[in-house]
Design a protein around this ligand. Sequence first.
Ligand SMILES: [Zn+2]
Length: 172
Amino acid sequence: MFKVKIMHKCKWCENLVEKVSEKEKLCDYCRFEIFNLAKSRLRVISESYNIIKESSNLETIISRRKIMIDYLNEFIKYEQKGIEVYSISINDAINSTNFESNKRILELLTLKFEKSIQKINKSKTIKSKQNNASKFVKEAMIIKDNYFSFAENFDLCTQTAEELIKIVLSSN
Ligand SMILES: [Zn+2]
């Protein structure tokens, strides 16, 4: 005789299929599509992460961070349906991206600060002291505005930038 065929609902496309994956409850098509996308996005995400950690260029850091966040945001819709694509949650991934880029931007600012202080100390005229100081302050203000909020280290990075600005302003 025959029996009733048991059908399963795919968690993502909601089609009824004979078989869904055990863990994610996805049909073969969705499972392939979603995890293939996750893999290829992860390549760009990790490449960007390494660039952020090594770059000395503020624009590069900002644009790479944007790519990472945009890519990660694409997966929120899956997570909302209970489909975990990465080993950490999308929210945690976004937070650590913001944290790392803030950290790197602060490192750049500190380097600029050290160079500026040297220049200021070596300056022979008051005018050149002032020029070097105001150049640093200008750059530091731009950097400060580019810290990414919603990161644990946002306040710390902002405060540090303000302190460095104060030191430079009082040194001339
Ligand atoms: Zn499906």
